[in-house]
Unconditional design. Structure first.
Length: 287
């Protein structure tokens, strides 16, 4: 089986490697961000704490942003186009719901908070500053787009996406989102600014991927069930379906399996971060 090695992309500066990595992501403009705390979260409730975002831009420039009174124990993170940050908790329950999503300005000050719904699987910000969210199966609310002030600007309700029960894979690039949801695993393109046809769906036989990349008519799915967790499956888009073309394995740059990892899909790219979560590597469908 063909093996494809990831390419090194970004590294957490050595000066910050002694702090605990709460989460990390790559934004829509290609900058990598790490949310760091002094220590790992303790069991039980989380008291508000200060955290540091270390940002490594595509050409190596490093930027530091202190965030005040972060409340999420297992947070999602992304950057807003004007320089602020979004931090979101995956769970939103009862009195905690209003504090689920925190919006910070470029100086690290919280400006607002709101809820986008429980069981948050993905949260990705697009070039216009919209938040795209997908949920896992404990709250099958589908896929939604929100403003950074908490206004819902698009919803998959009534979009006729087959089997949308758990948003396994979400890719946001520019102002377009791509998804591959459980249970039917169609490939879905979402363009809310295209009013005549905001959603296009292709049937797909590749099951269980947790990341997707798209370039023109080419598509790649990463991940799967059981022994297929490192699978890299390629396909080609026809008018109505994804036609599989080849299947291989995606490895770290040194040829070893990634193991436990985070993944982020952005256009033609899939970013992979393996433990200890201090580096990002990249696969680019566009070469």
């Amino acid at each position: 089986m063909q093996r494809t090695a990831l390419t090194p992309y970004a590294r957490l500066p050595r000066a910050h490697c002694n702090r605990h990595v709460l989460t990390s992501t790559v934004d829509v403009f290609g900058a990598a961000h790490w949310l760091l705390a002094d220590r790992a979260p303790e069991p039980g409730g989380v008291r508000p704490f200060d955290a540091l975002v270390v940002s490594v831009h595509p050409y190596g420039h490093v930027e530091l942003t202190e965030l005040n009174t972060v409340r999420a124990r297992w947070p999602h993170l992304d950057r807003l186009p004007e320089g602020g940050f979004i931090v979101a908790a995956p769970r939103a329950r009862r009195h905690e719901a209003a504090d689920q999503v925190q919006v910070f300005d470029e100086f690290g000050r919280e400006t607002t908070s709101f809820s986008v719904g429980d069981a948050l699987e993905h949260m990705l910000v697009d070039e216009a500053g919209h938040l795209w969210v997908g949920h896992f199966d404990e709250n099958p609310e589908g896929i939604k787009r929100w403003s950074a002030t908490g206004r819902r600007t698009w919803t998959s309700d009534g979009a006729r996406i087959p089997g949308l029960f758990d948003c396994y894979a979400l890719n946001v690039s520019g102002t377009v989102a791509w998804a591959c949801p459980y249970t039917d695993f169609p490939l879905v393109e979402i363009r809310p600014d295209r009013p005549d046809r905001p959603v296009k769906v292709w049937t797909n036989t590749i099951r269980g991927a947790n990341a997707v990349a798209v370039h023109g008519k080419q598509v790649a799915f990463y991940g799967g069930y059981g022994e297929e967790q490192d699978r890299l499956a390629h396909g080609e888009l026809t008018e109505t379906s994804v036609e599989p073309t080849e299947v291989g394995l995606l490895t770290l740059p040194d040829g070893t399996p990634p193991g436990r990892r985070r993944v982020v899909g952005r256009g033609s790219r899939i970013y992979v971060q393996a433990e200890p979560f201090t580096t990002w590597d990249v696969f680019d469908l566009n070469g």
